[in-house]
Design a protein. Structure first.
Lengths: 130, 856
């Protein structure tokens, strides 16, 4: 991993972007796991080539599997369903849309940007590591 | 103070006795009564109404009524094979055939009826039967099978009596491939239920089944040859040759006990009771077919059940009375729809008849209305009784609209379920009202038909009310905002079966195309795997080709089974459970090398647990190089064909069950289906392979194979039911081919074969008609589709190993494909690794993996 850009965001701490992989490394509507600054992150590429990043840790099973869930949509929201117990999350915010009878839990999510075909993820803060 | 419960003795262990015990046990909360049921038959009360299904493969145990837990209640004693010989009303005791004397505080006679045998000479020859008990039908069947072995022509049979029972028996003989004649004394069939017009239409339908009909004919004698039935002679002098005769001329109440102890019996028999089902002796009651109530005995189960409820109520101090009987009936014979209900013969004065008749098509429908043509009084439906379930509860009520509209062909008529009054009885067998069904949904929390059946008992006896109950349930669910109908999910309005058809017919091959044309949005974890499975069932290429990879859930996507800690398990195929020592050694070495936990599965193969995603290709490379292939343990597809060792080794085996199991497993491997599929083959009737617990079970016979379908284990275990008997191997395989593909095409998502068979309109008989008799004309298509499946099969894992593009998905991290995920933690147990528990993890004493992996 290389840390390549640091740019200031209005009114907040500067975001450190970490280059992770090429967009082409990600299959459309499928997830992939990545290690970003030591944290396991689940990356998803939707049909319009937007990339989302949420935590790889499935909060309901405790296993690092979120990237292996099925990508889809609920209304307008792009979603992933946990491959373990099928809870559904909004990829944009990590919000739990269907807790399957459990307490809703929100996934950590990080901003992403694709530049020159390379996917960058906002560097996770230390406290979000699992 | 301890109060001893009062003793209730019930004579007769039939359907009505069972209902009495059921009702008493559920209402007798203070447990005042201990019940002893004395039944002459050697088995617990069973579903006599469904007796004929014995011929279509249901085993005696499938005729069980309700839960058998009832008999485990400490206050309930069931004594089977015990006849009561006398009653001493002064001493309040009964004496059994074994000489036991039992005291009672209350005695209920529920002895049912005898099947009547007409007093013609020869009625006791071997080969002459009545049709009343499981033993009767078992003997009948055995006799037919024996005769089939003795004569080199079709077995011939006659049924004496052309009523409900006689026609059911004739249908049963036809199912046994007996050339059958029905002999009826009256000028038409079912004289008690239908009028002349209906009788004419009915005759055509019965003849259409290949049964000869002789009405206005009296049997004068049965002639024997060496003690076995050989000919039947009629009053006019003519005769037919027969190998078997079934008497179905009616029933007579078994009131002999009552007569002997001086209780009053009716003019035509039956224990006389009042509207409380009480006899003149305050301690003695009579219910069911033996009771003579309002001057007559009632030969249907529904009034018997009502009487049982009345007596249960009275025993607990209630004041229930018998409200009168609904004598509606429906013939239970596949392909022949006959129903009659209410005042079918317009006996009440001032009635108006509305008749639609098409003698050529064998359709006759009549409604009897009040003189202002508004209130329904009764009716007769022959040839198309689709409206029966909906019309029966409307008897005595205003129909609304033109009565003739209700007689239009099936589907065209209005469906009044929505506006049925609360107190209309929808299930007359179990006396369940429309209100009770609705309430089961709104207050009982039932969310489907199965739940409502369990909760209200509606539809659990003859089943004729099921269409109506289903409609009521659906309407009520919709009203309470529950999503029903068969729409797959928010992205597709179609059901899985409909989607399968459009994809097949339109030749669609990509998800984008399919959702674009028939759905909306980008799919979800429900519809995507369904589309993936449909495309795979249609044989359109590898499951990980292109866009299709995105449809698979993680198991199919990495072709292994996800376990609780995020690792996977691996199952190589071991067809029929047969494996060489070399094969075992390979599996053992792979497990050792990668540190995998090993366990033998219920499907006779070996599961290797704890593989990390990036290890899967290397594990499979070893397996494939050594001749193994994917076991599809991860797929909704054929899992295993379990077999016993069969005739090659077993002393009892009559066929090579292992050979067949391997052939079947190799034939159906890779077949994607709505849910997992399991098969089993046993080498003889001892059934060591537990084949009847499988979706498809094959059991060897001396003459070939018996084929059972619709079994499963799991949460709701089911025994498979007989689909066909004594098949040669080629016919067997063809029949299984069609059964499986018909299931694959028409079942719902995640619906196992048992539920599919149950939900299929017409049930197993209708499925048999499709796969054996090709009633839909699709057999050639199904055969071709299976041939294509067999030809196109390739090992999914071998294909992936040969394709670098597909292998890329097995990297642990997209930016570090070989880095092992360090979040796994294992502890050793009984010499093997297992995932650490959260507590053990918190203890922090662990290292990942119990053995170090050796890389090659
Ligand atoms: C093939 C067939 C199809 C039918 N179809 C329908 C249908 O579609 N709809 C419908 O409503 N009805 C139908 N019936 C009728 C229905 O089965 C009966 O109305 C119902 O079973 C009556 O129940 P019961 O308990 O009164 O009598 P039974 O079920 O006959 O039970 C009486 C039991 O008492 C036992 N017994 C008798 N005397 C003694 C004694 N002294 N000591 C100990 N035990 C004794 C008998 O062996 C028997 O087991 C059908 C019947 C048959 C045979
Ligand atoms: S089912 Fe029959 S052939 Fe198979 S093992 Fe058992 S006894 Fe032997
Ligand atoms: S009417 Fe017979 S089961 Fe409902």
């Amino acid at each position: 991993m290389t840390v390549d850009v640091t740019e200031p965001r209005a009114g907040s701490a500067p975001t450190t972007w970490v280059a992770v992989c090429r967009l082409d490394d990600l299959a459309p509507e499928r997830g992939a796991a990545a290690i970003v600054a030591g944290v396991q992150v689940a990356l998803f590429r939707t049909i319009d080539d937007t990339v989302y990043a949420v935590q790889q840790l499935d909060p309901y099973s405790g296993a690092h599997v979120m990237s292996r869930g099925i990508v889809g949509s609920r209304g307008d929201a792009p979603t992933v369903a946990s491959p373990m117990y099928k809870q559904v999350f909004d990829l944009r915010s990590g919000e739990c849309l269907d807790p399957v009878g459990r307490e809703p839990t929100t996934l950590d999510s990080w901003a992403t940007v694709v530049r020159d075909g390379v996917v960058h993820v906002a560097r996770p803060e230390a406290e979000v590591s699992p | 103070m301890v109060q001893h419960p009062k003793q209730l003795v019930v004579v007769g262990g039939g359907m009505v006795a069972r209902r009495l015990v059921d009702a008493l046990r559920s209402r007798d909360e203070s447990r005042q009564w201990a019940v002893t049921v004395l039944g002459e038959e050697p088995r617990a009360p069973y579903d006599r109404v469904a007796l004929t299904s014995y011929f279509t493969g249901r085993h005696p145990e499938d005729l069980a009524l309700g839960s058998q837990d009832l008999w485990d209640d400490p206050l309930v004693t069931l004594r089977r094979g015990v006849r009561v010989d006398s009653i001493d009303r002064d001493a309040r005791t009964v004496t059994t055939s074994g000489g036991a004397v039992l005291p009672y505080d209350a005695l209920v006679l529920a002895t049912g009826s005898y099947a009547a045998v007409p007093p013609v000479p020869g009625n006791d020859l071997r080969g002459a039967f009545v049709y009343r008990t499981i033993d009767d039908v078992a003997d009948l069947r055995a006799h037919v099978e024996r005769r089939r072995g003795e004569v080199d022509r079709p077995v011939r049979g006659a049924v004496v009596g052309g009523g409900l029972l006689g026609l059911e028996a004739a249908g049963a003989l036809r199912a046994l491939e007996v050339d059958t004649t029905v002999v009826e004394f009256a000028p038409r069939l079912m004289p008690l239920q239908v009028d002349d017009g209906g009788g004419e239409a009915l005759r055509r339908l019965i003849e259409g089944l290949g049964v000869s009909v002789r009405t206005s004919t009296a049997t004068s004698r049965v002639v024997g040859d060496r003690g076995t039935v050989s000919r039947m002679e009629f009053d006019g002098g003519d005769a037919v040759d027969v190998d078997v005769v079934v008497f179905a001329v009616g029933v007579r109440p078994r009131d002999e006990l009552a007569r002997a102890c001086g209780l009053e019996v009716g003019e035509r028999g039956g224990v006389v009771v009042d509207e409380a089902c009480a006899t003149a002796d305050p301690a003695v009651w009579a219910i069911g077919e033996v009771a003579c109530i309002d001057g007559r005995c009632l030969g249907l189960v529904a009034p018997g059940y009502t009487m049982a409820e009345v007596v249960a109520d009275r025993l607990l101090g209630g004041a229930g009375t018998f409200p009168g009987a609904d004598l509606s009936t429906k013939l239970k014979l596949l392909g022949v729809d006959v129903a009659s209900f209410g005042d079918a013969f317009a006996q009440e004065p001032g009635g108006l008849e509305v008749v639609i008749s098409d003698p050529v098509a064998g359709v006759y429908k009549k409604l009897v209305m009040s003189d202002d043509a508004r209130t329904l009084r009764g009716g007769i439906l022959v040839g198309d009784a689709g409206a029966y379930a909906a019309l029966r509860p409307m008897v005595g009520r205003a129909l609304g609209g033109d009565p003739a509209a209700y007689l239009l062909p099936e589907g065209a008529g209005p469906a009044p379920a929505g506006d049925l009054p609360e107190d209309a009885t929808v299930c007359s067998c179990n006396n369940v009202t429309a209100g009770a069904v609705r309430c089961a949904v709104t207050e009982g929390g039932c969310t489907d038909l199965t739940g409502v059946k369990a909760c209200t008992k509606a539809g659990t006896s003859c089943g004729s009310c099921l269409p109506l109950v289903k409609k009521l349930v659906t309407t009520e669910l919709e009203r309470s905002g529950v999503e029903v109908g068969n729409a797959l999910c928010e992205h597709f309005d179609l059901s899985r079966a409909q989607l399968f058809d459009v994809v097949r017919v339109q030749g669609l091959t990509t998800f984008t195309e399919i959702i674009g044309r028939h759905g909306r949005g980008r799919g979800c974890d429900i519809c995507k795997p369904v589309v993936g499975s449909i495309l795979a069932s249609l044989g359109t290429g590898h499951i990980l080709d292109g866009e299709r990879a995105a449809l698979q859930d993680t198991n199919d996507h990495v072709m292994a089974n996800l376990q609780k800690d995020g690792s996977y398990s691996v199952v190589p195929r071991i067809p029929g459970g047969e494996i060489t020592p070399e094969g075992l050694i390979v599996i053992g070495e792979v497990a050792k090398e990668f540190g995998l936990y090993t366990k033998i599965t219920g499907g006779q193969r070996i599961d290797l647990f704890g593989a990390r995603i990036e290890q899967l290709p290397r594990i499979w490379k070893r397996l494939v190089d050594n001749g193994f292939e994917s076991g599809h343990a991860y797929g909704k597809s054929l899992r295993t064909v379990k077999s016993c060792v069969g005739s090659t080794w077993c002393r009892y085996g009559v066929q090579d069950s292992v050979g067949l199991a391997i052939a079947l497993e190799l034939r159906y491997r890779g077949l994607r289906s709505p849910h997992k599929l399991k098969l089993g083959v046993s080498g003889c009737a001892r059934e060591c392979a537990e084949a009847r617990g499988k979706d498809v079970g094959v059991i060897a016979t001396d003459n070939g194979w018996n084929l059972y379908v619709g079994g499963n284990g799991g949460f709701t275990p089911r025994h498979a039911q007989l689909l066909a008997e004594d098949l040669d191997t080629e016919t067997l395989v063809r029949t299984i081919d069609r059964f499986l593909l018909f299931y694959v095409r028409t079942a719902d998502r995640l619906q196992r074969t048992a539920a599919w068979v149950e939900d299929h309109e017409g049930g197993l008989d209708a499925i048999r008609a499709v796969v054996v008799d090709d009633s839909l004309g699709i057999a050639a298509d199904l055969d071709a589709a299976m041939a294509a499946h067999v030809d196109d099969y390739e090992d999914e894992w071998a294909a992936v190993l040969a394709d670098p593009e597909k292998l890329r998905r097995f990297g642990s991290f997209v930016n570090a494909p070989d880095l092992a995920d360090d979040s796994f933690a294992y502890v050793a147990e009984r010499g093997q690794p297992r995932p650490a528990t959260p507590d053990e993890r918190a203890g922090g004493v662990l290292v990942a993996g119990t053995t170090l992996e050796v890389r090659r």
